[in-house]
Design a protein around this ligand. Structure first.
Ligand code: NA7
Length: 539
């Protein structure tokens, strides 16, 4: 590793980020004999799992699936303790991978990439960091993550607050002790739903400020049974191959065979009851073929969950406030929890429905809504991210004498396959907008992208190509296709971060590709097999 300095260095490829995408990209591109270095803002590897240290942070994809498949010895030797991994275990795994594949020598930590400028005369990117590094590189690989730019909302008075405050996505490394404190949580997305039961155990009082009620299912998390794991590992290769043939990149859930309307009410009730509490949002959404495309089918599933909420929460006024009623189930991230709704039965937990009493201001002592003042020793912002495009656009990416990526994407991101964006040569995006990314097992999506990029760069190297970029027409067709697929589902109807609705002023564009990772993989393979149809290459 080169120490941070102002001297210019030359590399084949710069990788932005050392989360799961950056780590695998580094490993894979080294295999091509390229000189590669990753730059990482954190002091360690792990990306999302490095930053999200909030109490209760956990993955909602099962551990044996949410792990790298590229190395059989790795997947055989690693032992996951729980069915759904907690953040500390995933971070341990990331560190193990970094050590096992000797990645750290090519990662510069505590360094944030600030700009990347491409010169069409030299065919080089000039990448600058906040520590004064200037790197010239032929390729710039964006592994900057989909949920990596945390967002603290612009609530009036925040600067006057005298208590402690935290964002779930930038949690301190030393655990925070809320014992004896009056704590407020703003937000009820996945992060809050995981955090609330844990903080409620500690805090003197916990007030949950909810703007939009969300659907959540009991995760059914449990310790992994060693005999089950042994049997699973004997067939790991087959499991991975099966996962590759599924839309979410996750094996073990038989795809639905029936439409909801083909079942009787009793059959539907049985189907949802069987799936409730068995864990996994996919199992639930896989009950019927049309759950995410047909409003009536979806409403039946939504109603089932609402009924469960009413049954779980003792105070019916609180239960009513917790009922999700502004979106179809599954069109926002369907949360998994460990006792979320039960937490509202505790004496030290209260719910504030911000739809009835919006936040007016944060004060020195706490938070004031239109109905009451809440004295708080600590505020936790579980308010999410500038998702999908935030981290990319945080970097000043431009072509010399040309537009910036911020300019190009002013009306929403446009990409070819989610991997390249026209007008920005030799820039490759891992799990970019327009690819399955967050609508699939992220590690499976990452591996698929990195493998594709690896093969592209091998081709470029072997053919003496200096510049590769997306053809604007092909990009336009891909964007139309992504939109057509999204519009055939209920997804775009929800005010989710998938459409940027959580960021005031962000253009409303449905960003992930939702035809499924299986179909997408075939398309990408086909593009490669055709000699990279849709890409313009110059020697
Ligand atoms: P999310 O899912 O974006 O949730 C953010 C929550 O914060 C959501 O309930 C928001 O309500 C709420 N929020 C945001 N801004 C405000 C303001 N100004 N006032 C009140 N409430 C607000 O982020 P998470 O971190 O929970 O999850 C992100 C992803 O990480 C998740 O989907 C998984 O994939 C892992 P809103 O719904 O906007 O009304």
């Amino acid at each position: 590793m080169t120490d941070a300095s102002t001297r210019t260095s030359r590399l084949d490829a710069v990788i932005v980020g050392a989360g799961f995408a950056g780590m695998y990209a580094l490993h894979k591109l080294r295999g091509l004999g390229l000189s590669v270095r990753a730059f990482e803002a954190g002091s360690g590897v792990g990306g999302t799992w490095y930053w999200n240290r909030y109490p209760g942070a956990r993955c909602d994809v099962e551990s044996l699936e949410y792990s790298y498949s590229f190395s059989d010895p790795l997947q055989q030797e690693w032992e996951w303790p729980e069915r759904f991994s907690a953040q500390p275990d995933i971070l341990k795994y990331a560190n193990h991978v970094a050590d096992r594949f000797d990645l750290r020598r090519d990662i510069q930590f505590n360094t944030r990439v600030k700009s990347a400028v491409f010169s069409r005369s030299s065919n080089l990117w000039t990448v600058q960091t906040d520590r004064g590094d200037v790197i010239e590189a032929r390729f710039c690989i964006m592994a900057s993550g989909n949920l990596s730019l945390p967002r603290v909302p612009d609530i009036q008075g925040i600067e006057s607050y005298k208590g402690e405050w935290y964002h779930t996505g930038q949690w301190p490394k030393t655990p925070v002790d809320f014992t004896g404190k009056r704590v407020g949580v703003i937000g009820t997305g996945s992060s809050a739903i995981q955090l609330i039961p844990v903080v409620a155990e500690q805090a003197k009082h916990l007030t949950v400020f909810q703007r939009t009620a969300n659907f959540s299912l009991p995760s059914g998390n449990e310790p992994l049974d060693p005999a089950f794991v042994r049997a699973f590992k004997q067939r790991y290769t087959e499991h991975r191959a099966e996962a590759d043939r599924t839309p979410f990149g996750i094996a073990g859930h038989p795809p639905p065979t029936k439409f909801s309307r083909e079942a009787t009410p009793q059959e539907r009730e049985q189907a949802y009851t069987a799936r409730w509490g068995t864990g996994g949002n996919i199992a639930f959404l896989y009950a019927y073929k049309d759950l995410l495309v047909d409003k009536e089918a979806n409403e039946i599933a939504s109603d089932f969950v609402r009924r469960k909420i009413r049954e779980t929460v003792k105070n019916q006024a609180v239960a009513e406030d917790l009922l999700p009623n502004d979106h179809y189930i599954g069109t926002k991230r369907l949360c998994l929890d460990l006792g979320y709704y039960e937490t509202f039965n505790r004496d030290n937990v209260s719910l504030v429905n911000l739809r009835k009493a919006p936040i007016e201001t944060i004060t020195e002592r706490g938070l004031r809504t239109t109905q009451a003042e809440h004295a708080l020793d600590a505020i936790i912002f579980a308010t999410g991210y500038d998702a999908m495009t935030g981290a990319l656009l945080d970097i000043d990416i431009r072509v010399e004498n040309g537009p910036s990526l911020r300019d190009k994407w002013a009306a929403g991101p446009t990409t070819y396959l989610g991997l390249l964006t026209a007008g920005f040569p030799n820039l490759l995006i891992i799990t970019g907008p327009g690819s399955p990314s967050v609508k699939s097992n992220m590690i499976a999506a990452i591996e698929q992208h990195v493998d594709w990029i690896h093969d592209l760069l091998a081709h470029v190297k072997a053919s003496g190509i200096a510049r590769v970029e997306a053809d604007p027409q092909s990009e336009q067709s891909w964007v139309s296709h992504v939109n057509d697929v999204a519009n055939s589902t209920l997804y775009p109807l929800a005010n989710s971060w998938y459409v940027g609705a959580n960021i005031p002023g962000k253009p409303r564009v449905f960003m992930p590709y939702v035809a499924g990772l299986d179909k997408y993989r075939v398309i990408c393979n086909d593009v490669a097999a055709s000699g990279y149809r849709g890409l313009v290459m110059e020697r």
